[in-house]
Design a protein around this ligand. Structure first.
Ligand code: HEM
Length: 228
């Protein structure tokens, strides 16, 4: 598809990134202000844990939307915003974990270890956060150069697995009403299907483009070294 909008200039892109940065901070600022004003409801710790968990998953899915959106619209510069969105997913994930460690468990390491090992939804959430760490650490130009494009891409493909773990984590913690995690599951399934479909189309296109190998019609001559 052709580009529908002109690529922004450097200054416009910087402005866009600054605006997006502020927008991504809104949920965190609302929680901090709500905590200070004591308007987070009867159980503010639960409110913070849940909101930060929600935003971790939302930012993960928003990050995964960038590539399909770029392909559908032809707006290649959207890729320049992806790293920030991914890093916000990680930042909210860390805030979510810190809320749990600090406000929920009061750094009781035995209880935390017990939870991670014995409560499946915590195990899965923890695994997701651990797996997000190398992605956050390598989301810079230096790491792409150091790892090489192919290896970097292979590593960053794990983001789909991480998003699956995030949805499973949410699904397992809700006791009865699975409507909300189901919405995330549908969104993620759609992203995965679109990606698999595009890969298949690309594979077929490459197969069709590569010239057929001509059938061999000559004689086979075996070359034997002289000393044998
Ligand atoms: C060390 C890692 C993690 C721990 C210990 C953890 C723990 C928790 C806890 C205790 C809750 C609240 C459960 C309740 O109120 O009944 C929760 C909710 C949630 N967490 Fe996590 N979590 C972790 C990582 C993650 C990650 C990486 C994601 C996203 C990818 C995530 C997404 C969510 C979501 C969506 C909720 C539900 C929010 C809601 O009820 O609306 N969590 N988590």
């Amino acid at each position: 598809m052709t580009t529908m909008l002109h690529a922004p200039t450097r200054t416009q892109l910087a402005g866009l990134k600054a605006a997006l940065f502020l927008l991504c901070l809104v949920p965190a600022v609302r929680l901090v202000l709500g905590w200070q004003a004591d308007t987070l409801g009867a159980n503010p710790i639960e409110t913070i844990t849940r909101a930060s968990g929600d935003w971790t998953l939302r930012f993960l899915l928003i990050t995964l939307c960038v590539t399909p959106l770029r392909r559908l619209t032809g707006l290649n510069w959207l890729l320049r915003l992806r790293r920030m969105l991914g890093l916000f997913a990680y930042a909210y994930g860390c805030a979510h974990f810190m809320t749990y460690l600090w406000l929920d468990q009061f750094f009781d390491w035995m209880a935390i270890a017990h939870d991670i090992l014995k409560r499946p939804f915590i195990t899965v959430g923890f695994a997701a956060l651990v797996l997000m760490t190398p992605l956050a650490l390598t989301s810079n130009a230096f790491s792409i150069r150091k790892l090489g494009g192919r290896r970097w891409q292979a590593l960053h493909r794990s983001v789909y697995g991480i998003a699956i773990l995030g949805v499973v984590h949410f699904w397992w913690l809700v006791k009865a009403d699975v409507r909300e995690p189901m919405l995330y599951a549908f969104a993620l399934a759609w992203l995965l299907i679109v990606r698999a479909w595009w890969r298949e189309v690309e594979r077929r296109r490459q197969l069709a483009a590569s010239p057929p190998v001509p059938a061999f019609k000559g004689k086979v001559i075996r070359i034997v070294p002289a000393d044998k």
